[in-house]
Each structure stands twice: as C-alpha cells, then as structure tokens.
Ligand binder design. Structure first.
Ligand code: BGC
Length: 533
C-alpha cells in the first residue's frame, strides 16, 4: 500500500514525511550582503525538492539581535531585515507550496530577546503592563532546583537588571528573559503570533524549549502541570481556528516525560514530539559496535497515542546533546567523538555529522539507513546531505552553521560578497552540491536514494516495529510491518564481518540487484533493508 506522501489534504501527512531543517542565513544570499535570505532560498527549492523531502522547518527568521542566532526574538510578527521582508517570506512559502513542500517555522515561546519592546518597557517601569510579562525577583534566590542549561556561559538562571532594579529569570542566555506564563496576557500575545503566521499560510510550528514555560518553587521547573494546561489550551486554539496545523514539541527529555506532551484524547497537545534520547545512542552503538543502547532506549519508550509521531534526527543546529545519557556514557562519548576540548559545548558535542564519523561514508550510510528505518518522522539538517564538515574554531554552535556549499565558485556559490556572515569551510572545492550531482555514490545521491527507498515503503513510514533476535550484540535486526508489507532491517554495527540466517529469499532495497537467501555474510558496517523476493 503506497500512501501518496504529497497528498495535501491528508490530515496526518507528517506521519509519512521527511523534514529538512533550513537555516535561512546559511542557505543562499540573493542580494550580496553575506547573509542568506528568502529570495535566495527560493532559488534553491529545486535542490530541497530533489532530496525527496516533504516539509521544510525554517529556523527563527524573526527580527533579532542574533545573540542566540534568532532564538532571541525581538518581534514575533516580522522578518529579520538580513533575511528579507514579509513579502519575501510569503513568496518563499508560496513557492514551496507550489512544489508540494510544506513549511513549518520555529516559534520561540519560552523567552524573548532583551531587545524586545516588551522587555524594554518592562524594565523601565515597574507599573508598565509589560512588567508582568516577565519573571522578577528581589533576591534572585527562588527556584534554586532548576538546572542551568547553558552551563558554559551562565552562572545562574537569574540576572540582575540595573534599570529594573530587580533580577529577571532566564533558562538560556541572560539576553533571553523568560516570559511569565502565569500572565494570561502572555498567552494571548503568543496566540496572536501563531495566528499571524497561520494566516499567511504556514503549515505548523516547532515550538521551542517547551518544558520550561512555568516555574514553581520546590520543583525543577520542567514539565509542570501548568505547562501542559497551557499547551492543551494552545492546541485547542489552533484546532478551532486553524484545523490541520502541525505542532511539534521540542523537549529534550526522557521518553516518560515526553509522553505527556502528546496530551490525551480529550486534551491533545502536540501531534509530534522530538525523541532526543535515541539520537546519541545511535552514535554510541555504531562506535561501540553494540546495539544495546538502541534496543534499551526503544524498549523504554512508551506506546504513543494513535495519530501521534516521534521526530528523529542525527544532527541539528545545536550541539549533539548528551543531556539524555548517564555521566559515564557522556564521558565516553566525549572521548570518542570530541577528543579536543574545543569540540565540546555545555553537555554536548559541537560537530557536524560527517566530521563526527571521520568522513567515513560506509558509517555515514549505516547511520542513515538505521535512522531512516526507525519509527519516527526523520529530519535532515541542511548540509548533511552533502557530508559537510564543521569549523571548531568558531564560537558557540556556529561551527555547525556555516554557509551551504553549492559549487566551487567564490564562497561556494553561497554569496557574491567576500565577508560572509561566517567563513565558508575550506573544504568547499571538494565538498559541494554541484560536484556531487553526477557522482552516483556521492553523499547527495545516497541521501536521495535512501529517502526515496524509505518513501516507497509504507512499513518504514507508518509500520509497527518488532525486534528480531540475532544472537549477537553487534548485529541489530528489526522488522517494520504494516498490513501485509514488511521490511527486515539488518545492520552490522561492528568492523568485523558477521553472519545472519534468512528464512526466506529476500531482495535488498539498499542494493537493488541483490537477492539474498540462506546464511548471509554481513560486511563490516553493512546495512540492509530486506523485503520478500
Ligand atoms: C534551540 C537552541 C536555542 C535554545 C534557546 C533550543 O531549543 O534549539 O538553538 O539556543 O532553544 O532558545
């Protein structure tokens, strides 16, 4: 049964989709100012479409001082002037829709920039109605059980503001004051921001940093019942006013804390939740040649409500987070994947996918074949489709956000201006889209091939999953199945050949000529998606 994944009116289209994460500043500069923009991105929609993805997630594109690359919003109802105008955004949206691509954007609800007019008004006047949009304290001693997230830079979740004469609460950088969700006016402001973009025709939102909306004394200030009540209220609003809107939860939490973000049948919250804990375990398993971490985390992942979906990824714009592993595993992952201190950030690793794998294409293929066959809606991070590297000498997470490499012209074809917002990687003459177009085994063509192979199998998109015993910790096998269709997914995680006995003759979707039967040899780091011959 092949579902038409481009079907526009299918309410749960996200179940079949592959997403592409787009950093607009990095993609294509159309006006020669060194920053990517929406007019430039329009020209590159052909590339995005050629990958076979179905939806673009646009990272924050709002006016912002860019102290946290746009996750510090100074105006929820505009477009950053470096990226274009509202009309340019609309043109991008329409051009994407015309190609059958959906578009979701980031919505940063937990906090604003300190440059937002609300915060400026709030700090200047204790009696301003905006004062209560934020969380204040005379002592900065409340909520002491809340952890600090940006450990490398922030000594506290409270910062004293001289102008206000009080401390304000922030879970991220001190230039990102948290909004006060105990104030219903804040709910209305956020709902109006959602309405603004939905009126323009976008398909949904990735709602950023949702575990932290409320604070309560004596708790760790994450996943509070009040937060869930607000999120259910938000879902009610979009369901009533904009039915079909997709809401994606960004909550870096353990699976049992994530589950409540789907809500209940009566009080739904999100259709899709990022599954953070599985991501580091994929890298861990491939490095250790041992499937145990993958098996354990999926066995620990509770059944999700009907119609909802996990969202899976190998990399994104942030550090490869190691928040959801034990301290011992974190240490091991740092030693294995981030031997130099510069490669580490907070509780994670600030490196790109191909660089993490030492540009080993076999491992890259294995990891993708694994990730694209697991349950969940996958996201590809821009640049990973060509195996782009990183620049560990840039601060914060910028080393993984460098300009997209299109060809071997000046600035990799990203911009005609010498001073791009971040330097283009020196590797670009070799690693770029144009160079990979005609090479059958390039990262680019392998990405297209894998996505197409997944899209062709309803079992991989929507199917159930069941483990297959292999008697070997290095050999991971599971079946994905729906109705009478099934795919046996088989991986050798080790650098040694392994064996596996097949009961039926099979065809390998990843190596279409191959027919396999009997006891087969699995080459080092081999990946197979097997269907009945
Ligand atoms: C985003 C980060 C950002 C943080 C604060 C995260 O979830 O992915 O890039 O720094 O939220 O907004």
């Amino acid at each position: 049964m092949n579902v038409d994944v481009t079907a526009k009116n299918q309410a749960d289209w996200y179940q079949d989709a592959v997403f592409y994460e787009l950093y607009i500043r990095a993609y294509r500069d159309s006006n020669g100012d060194g920053n990517g923009d929406f007019r430039g991105a329009i020209k590159k929609l052909d590339h995005i479409q050629s990958l076979g993805v179905n939806c673009i997630w646009v990272m924050p594109m709002y006016p912002s001082p860019l102290k946290d690359d746009g996750y510090d919003v100074a105006d929820y109802l505009g477009i950053h002037p470096d990226y274009g105008t509202l009309a340019d955004f609309k043109a991008f949206l329409d051009a994407a829709h015309a190609r059958g691509l959906k578009v979701v954007t980031d919505m940063v609800m937990n906090h604003t920039s300190d440059q937002h007019p609300w915060f400026q008004a709030a700090r200047q006047d204790k009696h301003s109605p905006y004062r209560d949009y934020y969380v204040w304290s005379d002592t900065g001693s409340e909520y002491a059980d809340a952890r600090i997230i940006f450990l490398d830079t922030e000594p506290s979740n409270w910062t004293y503001d001289e102008v206000a004469g009080q401390y304000f609460w922030h879970r991220f950088y001190s230039c990102q004051p948290d909004l006060n969700y105990d104030n219903p006016q804040v709910h209305e402001e956020m709902f109006n921001a959602l309405r603004f973009w939905l009126d323009m025709g976008i398909d949904g939102f990735r709602i950023d940093a949702i575990p932290y909306l409320y604070e309560r004394e004596g708790t760790n200030c994450e996943n509070l019942p009040e937060t869930h009540q607000f999120l259910a209220k938000m879902r009610r609003m979009v369901d009533e006013e904009y039915p079909g809107t997709l809401l994606i939860a960004e909550a870096n939490q353990w699976p049992h804390d994530l589950l409540p973000y789907f809500g209940t049948e009566e009080e739904p919250e999100f259709q899709v939740c990022f599954h953070f804990p599985i991501m580091p375990r994929l890298y861990q398993a491939v490095k250790a040649g041992d499937k145990t971490p993958i098996v354990d985390i999926l066995n620990d992942t509770p059944e999700k409500p009907a119609g909802t979906q996990w969202m899976t990824f190998l990399r994104n714009h942030d550090e490869l987070t190691l928040e959801m592993v034990t301290p011992e595993v974190r240490q091991w992952m740092w030693e294995q994947y981030a031997p130099e201190p510069r490669m580490r950030l907070n509780l994670g690793i600030r490196r790109r996918l191909a660089a993490l794998l030492d540009h080993d294409k076999q491992k890259w293929f294995l990891l993708h074949a694994l990730f694209l066959s697991l349950p969940g809606t996958p996201i590809i991070y821009y640049g990973d489709e060509i195996g782009m590297g990183d620049n560990i000498w840039l601060p914060d997470r910028h080393g993984c956000r460098t300009p997209m490499q299109w060809n071997n012209n000046l600035n990799a074809g990203f911009s005609s201006y010498e001073n791009t917002y971040q330097p283009v990687l020196a590797e670009y003459p070799q690693v770029n889209v144009a160079a990979q177009e005609d090479e059958p085994d390039s990262y680019l063509n392998l990405t297209r091939f894998l996505i197409r192979a997944r899209q062709g199998q309803a079992a991989l998109r929507r199917g159930e999953m069941a483990w297959v015993e292999t008697g070997d910790t290095a050999v991971l096998a599971y079946r994905r199945f729906i109705h009478d269709e099934g795919v046996l997914c088989l991986f050798n995680l080790s650098s040694q050949p392994q064996r596996f006995a097949l009961h039926h003759e099979r065809r390998d979707l990843l190596s279409p000529e191959a027919r396999l039967s009997g006891t087969i040899e699995l080459k080092p780091f081999a990946a197979h998606w097997l269907v009945l011959a």
